[in-house]
Design a protein around this ligand. Structure first.
Ligand code: PLP
Length: 406
């Protein structure tokens, strides 16, 4: 009996089978269509394409079957209408914002963002005469005051990189709707869900309009691809797709293939990362060489109650602030700890099966003034840990020896 593939199936099942669960005859693994262009059977195909038939493939910057297969799966697991894949998270974020924002418009965001996104907003948007109004994520009522008839988007990230600040998603949506009502125009809410992923947080359920994600991180999960995704309503994603064609940040078929392969273990990996991160955070909280452990699943986290309300798991990211050793400055101490690690890898990025550590002031938060770092809550002694799926006893032992040996 044929069963309708629906979002009632678990995320794990959707991530493995996509829409092919009952109806598809062909290879079990999606082939890699490593081609830039497509052979027409006759010019009839070209004519059909020119008349707007979306089923005719013509050129891989526009569409590719391997990429399309992953887009379909991503829309399905993210509970969105449709998805478009990009060559990186930054390509996804910037294209999504620019698709609906032009010179003279403004967007609203919080300063606590991934450094790359923040710097793009700070340095690049003003060059295009697009304003950015940063509001305090702990005072979301500021959205109402910051919004005017030229505001297109309220953009948030939660948990934030690297301070793991939690923004109340439902409240951000409520304040945006209120502002939209006052101004008699809809303002879109957009979230970067990279840190939590759909396994731990469902932004659409909380009223968000657009989800963006760096698929380089948890969705990819193996530290071997760059990709990004935008998920939302058909009408909006169509505009993003169109701009993406011109800007050219399209996904490569091989990266899409690897992403599709990774999605099959996505749920398993993220659950294990959640478990490992919580256990490591508890262990590090007891360590005398650590000043502060920031993890949304710890009752000591300033927004623990909000995290509990909107997250089903607390993610694989833990940030610690080391106690400066006698001979070293805070950042030197952090560097020594990173150098002492034997299992965890000293490398940027996050979300992979291997535990990675990085020092925010040397990585995601370079090129920021002291005032900006303060506003972002980033300190010199911070180490951001992306907890992998290794044996938790090995990770705890590794961090303990690294901290105790400074
Ligand atoms: C939260 C977050 N969003 C977006 C990005 C950008 O993603 P990508 O490096 O795939 O462009 C990153 C990269 O570190 C990130 O951490």
């Amino acid at each position: 009996m044929k069963k309708k593939i629906s979002q009632q199936l678990s995320i794990a099942t959707r991530a493995i089978h996509g829409k092919k669960l009952f109806a598809f005859k062909g290879p079990v693994a999606t082939p890699i269509y490593q081609t830039s262009t497509y052979r027409f059977e006759t010019s009839e195909d070209a004519i059909r394409y020119a008349k707007g038939d979306p089923t005719v493939y013509v050129y891989s910057r526009y569409h590719n079957p391997t990429v399309h297969d992953v887009e379909e799966k991503l829309a399905l697991i993210e509970n969105g209408e449709t998805a478009v894949l990009f060559s990186s998270g930054m390509a996804a974020i910037t294209t999504a914002i620019l698709a609906v924002t032009k010179a003279g418009n403004n967007i609203i965001s919080t300063p606590a963002l991934y450094g790359g996104t923040y710097r793009w907003m700070r340095d690049e948007l003003p060059k295009q005469n697009i304003g950015v109004r940063f509001i305090d994520p702990n005072h979301l009522a500021e959205i109402s005051h910051a919004a005017d008839e030229r505001t297109t988007i309220v953009y948030i990230e939660t948990p934030t990189n690297p301070t793991l600040t939690i923004v109340d998603i439902a409240e951000a949506v409520r304040q945006t709707k209120k502002a939209g009502k006052r101004l008699s125009r809809p303002i879109l809410t957009m979230i970067d869900n990279t840190f939590a992923t759909i396994i731990n947080q469902d932004p659409f359920k909380l009223g968000i309009d657009v989800v963006t994600e760096s698929a380089t991180k948890y969705l990819g999960g193996h530290t071997d691809i760059l990709a990004g995704v935008v998920v939302g309503k058909e009408e909006f994603v169509k505009r993003v797709r169109m701009l993406g064609k011109y800007h050219g940040g399209c996904a490569d078929p091989f990266a899409a293939y690897l992403l599709g392969r990774s999605l099959k273990t996505f749920e398993l990996r993220v659950h294990r990362q959640n478990e490992n991160a919580l256990a490591l955070a508890h262990a590090l909280e007891k360590n005398k060489k650590v000043n502060r452990v920031i993890y949304p699943g710890l009752p000591s986290h300033p927004q623990f109650q909000i995290a509990k309300k909107q997250m089903t798991g607390f993610g694989g990211m833990v940030t610690i602030e080391v106690k400066p050793a006698k001979r070293y400055s805070p950042v030197e101490t952090a560097a020594k700890v990173c150098d002492n690690l034997k299992v965890a890898v000293n490398a940027m990025s996050l979300g992979g099966v291997e535990t990675l550590v990085s020092i925010p002031v040397y990585s995601s938060h370079i090129f920021m003034s002291d005032a900006e770092l303060k506003r972002h809550g980033v300190t010199a002694g911070m180490i951001r840990i992306s907890v992998g799926v290794e044996g938790i006893e090995d990770l705890i032992e590794d961090f303990e020896q690294a901290l105790n040996n400074i």
